[in-house]
Design a protein around this ligand. Structure first.
Ligand code: PBG
Length: 331
């Protein structure tokens, strides 16, 4: 049956009807708030330091991170995701697996203050290496995949030992999920899930993050390990490989320009899928809103809803606190 018997507008007539047939829901409990935690140093002496490229996001001291986490918990946000800025960096990134490192200490403090809030830790070396790449370098300047695996696994175990609820490798080395799973199991953390950044693209949308986390590579770029934005089939293959290696959840990153892959990965894996609404996506919305070009609240809720519609079960977003507040006002 078609028009005039069929009229799509019938079910759009009132708030009640629209609510009755809404396909997608968005809840604070599906959101993850990323936090940047800086070890005190000459470069980062304060409690809270604004990040110029990400208005509303700050680099936090451990104490400030605990209070952000408490605020997130009060808003019903599911989890925080921790990124560390160490006071010192070296060739191997040894700060990443330091038992007293910034992420390890912050994880312990947040779990103590907010036992029910999930803490997810980003497992990568780029914030800890002096060259800014996500693994150790070979003599020819390429990242040494297999030598990096052991360091990532050690890092993940140190996070689990500190109380991390999930560990999230974002380095894009081949075989890292298996290496991390084996090490976690061997060290008594068989119940710590792995959220794998499976389809992580070499994206210009990470620009503001690298500024925030001091993790811009000193030379070259990340195209030797992160994915080519032109490749969708490969994203599915990456996700399926991570499933075979033992990933409990998989991620697609960035999110906005990759909705097709959120759906494809969801369909192919059947696993819980996370989408990472990355720093550049956040910065664009903030800039347009500040200029008065868009309605920030409406745009943010539309973006987050669209990621859920694309197939994301969980959304990592710098908008999480605002979104949780707005969602609470709506109901
Ligand atoms: C670390 C990492 C990055 C992001 C998350 N983990 C940066 C990168 O790979 O260059 C990006 C997050 C964002 O842009 O919000 N490897």
């Amino acid at each position: 049956m078609a028009f005039p018997q069929t009229r799509m507008r019938r079910l759009r007539a009132t708030v009640g009807l629209r609510g009755l047939v809404r396909e997608t829901d968005l809840r604070a409990g599906q959101l993850v708030l990323p936090l940047f935690v800086a070890e005190p140093s000459a470069a980062h002496p304060g409690e809270r330091e604004p990040i110029a490229t990400m208005p509303g996001v700050e680099r936090l001291s451990l104490t400030a991170a605990v209070s952000e986490a408490s605020e997130a918990a009060a808003l019903g946000i599911a989890a925080v995701m921790l990124f560390g800025l160490p006071a010192a960096k070296d060739e191997q990134g040894s700060g990443a697996w330091d038992e007293e490192g910034v992420v390890q200490l912050t994880t312990r403090a947040i779990k103590q203050a907010q036992p029910d809030l999930l803490v997810i830790t980003d497992v990568c070396l780029c914030e800890y290496t002096d060259h800014g790449h996500c693994g150790v370098l070979r003599e020819d300047g390429r990242v040494d995949n297999d030598a990096t695996l052991e360091l990532l696994a050690r890092t993940a175990v140190s996070h689990a030992r500190a109380g991390a609820d999930l560990v999230a490798p974002s380095d894009m080395m081949d075989g890292r999920v298996r290496a991390i799973r084996d090490e976690l199991d061997g060290e008594g953390f068989s119940e710590t899930p792995i959220l794998a950044y499976s389809a992580k693209f070499a994206s210009a949308f990470y620009g503001p993050f690298r500024e925030a986390a001091d993790s811009t590579p000193a030379f070259g770029d990340r195209r030797g390990y992160q994915m080519d934005p032109a490749n969708g089939e490969e994203a599915v293959r990456e996700a399926l490989l991570d499933v075979r290696e033992g990933a409990d959840m998989v991620m697609v990153k960035p999110a906005l320009a990759y909705g097709d892959l959120i759906r494809a990965v969801k369909t192919a894996t059947g696993l819980p899928v996370a989408a990472y609404n990355v720093s550049g996506e956040y910065a664009m919305v903030k800039a347009a809103a500040a200029a008065g070009y868009i309605d920030e609240r409406a745009v943010v809720l539309e973006i987050l809803t669209s990621l859920r519609r694309a197939g994301a079960d969980t959304i990592v977003s710098y908008h999480a606190k605002d979104a949780a507040r707005w969602l609470a006002e709506e109901t």
